[in-house]
Design a protein around this ligand. Structure first.
Ligand code: 13P
Ligand code: SF4
Length: 304
């Protein structure tokens, strides 16, 4: 990316002078993922790694809830997000008051909250989960009934794998994954007989049912690099395939994929600006942070 080399050089120098690290989600564009990121991963890996960061500044190349989670787990650090508008349709689908309403309606039912939520929502929850550990988190509760919020499709996909537990949910959806349909999968299979289809569990259950494998973004990448299918479609955000295509020239990555407009708000230019100005800082009010941290730490204590 010759046109971007100036920004990359500047970011590398700023990381040294600011004692900063860049954590990047797997949906970040290749020119970020392969150049300035110190740590890349799925939401679970980024949470685990954020807790261990020893640098003074964490730049979260991802969306707002990821930056909040990093702040919860490492409150002494300065956590920056290059664009405060990088949100998430799932995080926007539920409020703390909604969770209190569910608690009142279903007394005694544990509340498992997807990390794609605000710290205020996490603070009202019993435990968090990611797409990489949701099944294990539900099983760890040993409860006959759980609430899994706010992603309806993740909850229904987990329900198919944990039939012994009744899973109640919420009507939140990921705006990127809800758009895939079983017809998309059938079209791809017709055009590429024998293709491997891998879908993120935020996809509707009828899409996951037509797929060969479903898992978090890191699990999808591991599946591809270990099994090495000749042709594969990653039913998720487009940067996933872009980020692993160059290192795997023997694998053909087929469309469809969708872009996440929130993830794509992060650019080399605004990462550079964040480090130059030490903005935009993400903070969480301490009392709320203590309650939210408990739910995240309970999740991290469950083996994925
Ligand atoms: P994972 O990386 O945890 O699979 O999450 C996907 C996602 O949509 C994050 O916003
Ligand atoms: Fe949220 Fe979906 Fe974008 Fe992930 S891909 S940040 S779940 S809107």
């Amino acid at each position: 990316w010759p046109a971007l080399a100036g920004d990359v050089e500047a970011i590398l120098a700023l990381k040294r002078s600011r004692n900063a690290v860049v954590l990047a989600h797997n949906y970040q564009a290749p020119e970020i993922f392969h150049t300035v990121a110190d740590i890349v991963g799925d939401s679970l890996a980024l949470a685990r790694e954020a807790a261990k960061v020893d640098a003074d500044v964490i730049v979260l190349a991802g969306v707002h809830f990821m930056a909040e989670t990093a702040k919860l787990l490492n409150p002494g650090k300065t956590v920056l997000i290059p664009d405060l508008r990088a949100g998430c349709s799932l995080a926007d689908s539920i409020t703390a008051a909604d969770v209190r309403g569910l608690r009142a309606k279903y007394p005694g039912v544990p509340i498992v909250t997807y990390v794609n939520t605000s710290a205020a929502v996490k603070a009202e929850s019993d435990i968090c989960c990611t797409s990489g550990n949701a099944v294990e988190v539900v099983r760890s509760l040993n409860a006959p009934r759980v609430l899994m919020i706010p992603d309806e499709f993740l909850a229904r996909n987990v329900q198919a794998l944990v039939p012994e537990v009744e899973i109640l949910t919420w009507a939140g959806h990921c705006e990127v994954h809800e758009r895939f349909t079983p017809a998309d999968i059938r079209e791809v299979r017709d055009s590429y007989p024998g293709i491997t289809v891998i879908a993120h569990p935020e996809c509707p259950p009828d899409v996951v049912a037509e797929s060969d494998f479903s898992g978090s973004t890191a699990m999808m990448m591991n599946f591809v690099t270990e099994r090495r299918p000749a042709q594969v479609v990653l039913v998720t955000e487009c940067s996933m395939a872009d980020n692993i295509a160059a290192a795997n020239p023997d694998i053909e990555f087929v469309k469809p994929c969708n872009l996440c407009p929130h993830m794509k708000r992060i650019t080399l230019r605004n990462i550079r600006h964040a480090l130059e100005t030490l903005t935009q800082e993400v903070t969480v009010e301490p009392e709320l942070a203590d309650r939210a941290r408990l739910a995240v730490e309970r999740m991290l204590a469950v083996r994925p």
